[in-house]
Ligand binder design. Structure first.
Ligand SMILES: [Zn+2]
Length: 77
């Protein structure tokens, strides 16, 4: 059994409920998902190479900018 790794995205705002620091990402079956703990937002992402980068930089405000690059689809505010 493979354990899924879930990591919170610091500085990321949920596009649905607008809450900060509620999003986490996890990988399963070669896919990457972004999910919110505050609402039922769930989105599949397919940008693995850059995604790995953002997970390692969870401390600075730079993360939010990287998240937008990774997921340009739905980041309206
Ligand atoms: Zn949410």
């Amino acid at each position: 059994m493979k354990k899924e790794r879930k990591r919170f995205i610091a500085g990321a705002v949920c596009p649905r409920c607008g809450e900060l620091d509620k999003l986490f990402v996890y990988h399963t079956d070669g896919k990457k998902f972004r999910e919110c703990v505050n609402c039922d937002f769930l989105e599949e992402q397919r940008f693995a190479p850059i995604a790995r980068e953002l997970e390692t930089r969870v401390a600075s405000g730079e993360v939010e900018r990287i998240v937008r690059i990774v997921a340009p689809s739905r980041d309206e505010h």
